[in-house]
Structure formats: structure tokens, C-alpha cells
Design a protein around this ligand. Structure first.
Ligand code: GDP
Ligand code: MG
Length: 325
């Protein structure tokens, strides 16, 4: 067998789900691996609403990340849809990363997710304690033990493996990392690859995500809304990109509508003299320009769509339910 053939035979590929409650750093980690924004990040929970793929192609492996919405107690219809999507992702994945906030002890939600993992998958799971930059050394042991007990129950805690491929990868393993500082980020990736099945390239090596530019642009606008407004408004917001036109050879015209549930929310988003909408629009335009590498003219509209989160037809139109299939 020649060397090239051998390399081909060793190629690994598959789906990886990063599972965790809201705000533990799932999108931050995915973005760091992808080297550019494919998911939006904010300090508010439930930022990621729909399933999206981040496709990382390397000489030795193709890793297809499924970014899941945070799992949380469903408060309304949209919440239920999000939990269903997350459960689907667990079933689909070849390797699971159970991402937790290592700086704090487990909460009920972590317990529920561990139970969901047990119920939906028999694949390898890596317990990843994120935010270890915020973790004081004397909390490492108790936090690790507490999360490990949720996930692996009676399996003894293994010493952190070398991930050099010389040992068969255990079903459950763990690592401590910081998605923001980069500590152990590569190490986690190596552990993931070691657990992927041998397989072909599923996607062309230039493909980074299954989302279109329009979908990513809508997410970038929603990210600006989340950064600018607070309390109940962010979760009542959906963004739909309408027109996307090359107006001249060097400028793209984009119009988008921000849907809210109440007139008061619309007032907050527009702000006094339109100031709020103006700064949302400026931030979003800059983010979209970074993505498209072209100047953009962005026109934003705000519309009231009463209780859209409770209506299946609206959830479908805004792209949330179609992703469930
Ligand atoms: P998600 O809801 O799980 O997707 O979480 P995000 O990726 O949106 O991150 C939530 C917040 O945690 C953001 O403010 C991140 O900057 C922050 N964060 C993520 N990873 C780390 C980390 O390793 N250390 C610290 N200190 N903050 C982090
Ligand atoms: Mg997220």
C-alpha cells in the first residue's frame, strides 16, 4: 500500500455536537475553531436559535460541528422547538462535547442535559470544563468531580489522556479549557478527532457552513440587537433579510426587518429620534461588511408581529421549524 493510500484510509470525518446549557461558550468555541464568525456570541442566554453547521476541514479530518441552541426549560413554543432541535443534534452526532461552565458547580440544567445525552446517544462524550480562566485552583477537583458524576456515573474519572492516538479513546473523557484564552482548545480538537470514525470528505473543503450569507447577515443583525437592548426585548426579536442587491460594482444594498412582539418593544428598538436603531444598524453594517468584504448599505425596518413566538406558522416562516426535520 503506498503512502497516499494509507493517508486516505486514515482520514476521519463526522458530526460533532457541542451540547451545553445557555451561555457556557458553545458559540465562542465554534467560532474559535472556524476562525471566523459562523455563530453569534453574546452574554445573553439563548443567543443561538437554529441548528447550524461549522465545517472544519484539515489534512487529517473533516469535523462537522453542529451548533445547538442552549437547552433550557421551555417557556413558550419557541423554547420547545429549540429543545427538540438540541435533542435531534445529540442523536445525529458521532462525538458529543458536553460543554459546561467549569467555574461554577453544576445546575439543574446541566443535570437535564446529562440525562438527555444518556437517553439519546451511546457515542463518545467529552466533558469539557470551559471558562477555566475564571476557575480558582482549589475548585478544580470538586467541580470536575461534580460534573463527572452527572455524566459518567459509575465510571471512574480517568487521568487526562495524552490524546496522541496511541490508546483507544475511552467512551467518556474530560478536559479543562478556556474558549476565549485558547488554553487547551487545540487539545480538545485532537481528542475529538481521535474519536471520529474513519470516513470521506462530506463537504467540499472550501465550505465553512451550511448557512447562506443572508442567514448569517440576519444573525449578525440580531447580535447587534442583543448587544444594544435589554430585558424582555431580545428574546422577542426575529430578523429576516429581504432584498440583497449589488447596486453598483462596489456596493451591496441589503434591507432587513426586525420583528418584535409589541409596540413598546418597537419603541425601544427605534429609540429617541431613531438613535437606537441607528447604532444597531451601524454595528450590523460593519459586521456584514467584514463578512462580505464589500461596502454595504443597510436599511433596517422594525415591525410588530404579535406573539410570533407562540405561532407555528410564524416560527416556520422565520425559519425555525423547517430545521427540525
Ligand atoms: P453559548 O450560549 O453557549 O453559545 O455561549 P457564548 O459562546 O455566546 O458565550 C457566552 C459568554 O461567555 C460570552 O460573553 C463569552 O465571551 C463568554 N465566554 C465563553 N468562553 C469563555 C471562557 O473560556 N472564559 C471566559 N472568561 N468567558 C468565556
Ligand atoms: Mg450560542
Amino acid at each position: 500500500m503506498n503512502a497516499e493510500r494509507e493517508t486516505l484510509n486514515a482520514y476521519r470525518s463526522g458530526y460533532v455536537a457541542i451540547i451545553g446549557k445557555p451561555n457556557v461558550g458553545k458559540s465562542t468555541l465554534l467560532n474559535a475553531y472556524m476562525g471566523q464568525k459562523v455563530a453569534i456570541v453574546s452574554d445573553k442566554p439563548q443567543t443561538t436559535r437554529v441548528r447550524q453547521l461549522g465545517i472544519l476541514t484539515r489534512p487529517d479530518a473533516q469535523i462537522i460541528f453542529i451548533d445547538t441552541p442552549g437547552i433550557h426549560k421551555p417557556l413558550h413554543r419557541l423554547g420547545k422547538v429549540m429543545v427538540d432541535i438540541a435533542a435531534n443534534c445529540i442523536t445525529e452526532a458521532d462525538v458529543l462535547v458536553f460543554l459546561v461552565d467549569g467555574a461554577t458547580l453544576p445546575k439543574d440544567q446541566d443535570r437535564q442535559i446529562a440525562a438527555l445525552i444518556h437517553a439519546s446517544s451511546d457515542r463518545p462524550v467529552i466533558l469539557a470544563l470551559n471558562k477555566c480562566d475564571l476557575l480558582s485552583p482549589d475548585h478544580i477537583e470538586p467541580h470536575l468531580q461534580a460534573y463527572w458524576a452527572l455524566l459518567a456515573r459509575d465510571t471512574p474519572l480517568p487521568a487526562l489522556e495524552q490524546a496522541d492516538g496511541s490508546q483507544p479513546a475511552p467512551r467518556y473523557d474530560w478536559i479543562m479549557l478556556s474558549a476565549t484564552s485558547g488554553y487547551n482548545r487545540e487539545r480538545l480538537l485532537e481528542m475529538i478527532i481521535a474519536r471520529l470514525p474513519k470516513g470521506p470528505l462530506y463537504y467540499d473543503q472550501d465550505t465553512l457552513t451550511d448557512r447562506t450569507e443572508r442567514e448569517v447577515a440576519a444573525e449578525l443583525i440580531r447580535e447587534q440587537v442583543l448587544q444594544h437592548v435589554h430585558q424582555e426585548v431580545p428574546h422577542a426579536v426575529a430578523v429576516v433579510v429581504g432584498e440583497w442587491k449589488e447596486r453598483s460594482h462596489d456596493k451591496t444594498y441589503i434591507s432587513a426587518t426586525i420583528y418584535v412582539e409589541k409596540a413598546t418593544q418597537k419603541g425601544i428598538l427605534i429609540g429617541q429620534g431613531g438613535k437606537m436603531l441607528k447604532s444597531i444598524s451601524t454595528g450590523a453594517r460593519q459586521a456584514i461588511e467584514t463578512m462580505t468584504e464589500k461596502p454595504v448599505f443597510l436599511e433596517l425596518w422594525v415591525k410588530v408581529n404579535k406573539n410570533w413566538r407562540e405561532k407555528d406558522a410564524e416560527l416556520e416562516r422565520l425559519g425555525y421549524i423547517g430545521l427540525l426535520k
